[in-house]
Design a protein around this ligand. Structure first.
Ligand code: SAH
Ligand code: SF4
Length: 364
């Protein structure tokens, strides 16, 4: 469904300029329109001073700024995580999360409604695939949760009991992680166009390095990122250090892209871009959190430029596993240290608001 493909949010600044020119207007008008939307977070194009008569009307008619609307906002009890359920133009709902740590604001956005990859512990995978999101829908999530707009607040749902009135102001995200619902490399073109729109310095102006794409291990997509020298950061979800282990946890993805091919693609990526890769490891008690698992991971990553993110499992309704206890997570880290591999244990904050991938949408 392409309801939003002609939203202004999905166009690059150059494409907007070309559109204005095709309508007989000067391309110079593209910049103020772009800034109004992407820098100031506003959708009322008619309020832009100095636009020729008729142009604002034409933009509103043919390239409306279609924001996703906020159907639900919940906050973790510590106030650091705000989770949004957003409704798209066709009524589908996706999740976007805004996290605040140490003064840094990070938006975690979705790239698909549902996911075709079927990882057994993931609420989005348990849902199945519905459709790809458009560039406008990916950009729209970041803007909708991160910069204010009086138009959009009309759609704002009433506060939930978790909300704290003093924390109701918007915070522009300076980091974006493509780690919400869906597999970004399964929706390559729309996702890459969204990263370019968000990085445009005349608009939202994100540093490309502060955009992190997380993939389950779509090998052709990783090779394409390398070939195209995409300046964004890359995270690869591993969860197991053997092909058999990955087949058990991520059956379709592991079958399609075996571990040895994935490791080759990662080496190629690091060499092409001269960078390290974040490797994601969801810690599941008794499944992949033993010292032996850490040794296997240490050996596997010995030829990679790696930083490991360890994320204790967020329990989901469709999977019986439990999260690893903090002490076992520390032992796992200590083993990785003996291989010279840096790691971080990431607590998925806001577990009390079901902030695991896809969990809010699954329950709605
Ligand atoms: N499809 C991409 C990005 C979205 S998932 C990917 O798989 O990388 C983002 C991260 O959340 C992945 O590392 C994924 O394995 C992890 N994840 C999914 N469900 C989880 C859960 N229930 N608990 C902890 N991490 C989970
Ligand atoms: Fe899809 Fe990522 Fe969830 Fe796997 S973990 S089902 S790839 S969203």
């Amino acid at each position: 469904m392409c309801v939003m493909s002609e939203s202004l949010l999905g166009l690059s600044r150059l494409a907007l300029a070309q559109r204005l020119e095709s309508w007989g207007y000067k391309t110079v008008h593209a910049k103020p329109i772009w800034q109004h939307i992407h820098r100031d977070g506003r959708s009322d194009v008619a309020a832009i001073p100095g636009l020729p008569a008729g142009l604002a009307h034409r933009v509103q008619e043919e390239l409306p700024v279609v924001w996703p609307t906020i159907a639900l906002e919940t906050r973790s009890s510590d106030g650091f995580t705000r989770k949004f359920l957003l409704t798209l133009a066709d009524g589908r709902q996706v999740e976007t999360v805004l996290m605040r740590y140490d003064g840094r604001v990070t938006a975690c956005v979705s790239t698909q409604a549902g996911c075709a990859m079927g990882c057994i512990f993931c609420a989005t995978g348990q849902m199945g695939f519905a459709r790809h999101l458009s560039t406008a829908e990916i950009v729209g999530q970041v803007l909708a949760v991160s910069i204010g707009d009086h138009e959009r607040t009309k759609h704002h749902a009433p506060s939930t009991e978790h909300q704290h009135p003093a924390q109701s102001t918007q915070h522009p995200a300076r980091n974006v992680v493509l780690m919400g619902m869906g597999e970004p490399l399964h929706n390559y073109a729309a996702v890459m166009a969204a990263t370019e729109v968000l990085a445009d310095t005349a608009g939202f102006g994100l540093s490309p390095r502060r955009i992190t794409l997380s993939t389950v291990g779509v090998v052709p997509g990783i090779r394409r990122l390398a070939a195209e020298r995409r300046p964004i950061s890359l995270a690869v979800s591993l969860h197991a250090a053997t092909q058999a282990g990955r087949l058990a946890l991520l059956p379709p993805a592991a079958k399609a892209w075996p571990l040895d091919e994935l490791m080759d693609a990662c080496c190629e990526y690091s060499a092409a871009l001269d960078r390290h890769i974040f490797f994601e490891w969801t810690l599941i008690a008794g499944e992949n959190d033993r010292p032996d698992d850490a040794h296997a991971l240490g050996r596997l990553l010995s030829t990679q430029r790696a930083h490991v993110n360890l994320i204790p499992l967020n329990p989901t309704d469709g999977y019986a596993g439990a999260p690893t206890a903090p002490k076992a997570a520390r032992v796992f880290q200590d083993v990785l240290t003996t291989y010279g591999i840096p790691s971080t244990v990431r607590q998925r904050r806001g577990i009390d608001i079901a902030s695991g991938c896809g969990q809010l949408a699954a329950r709605s």
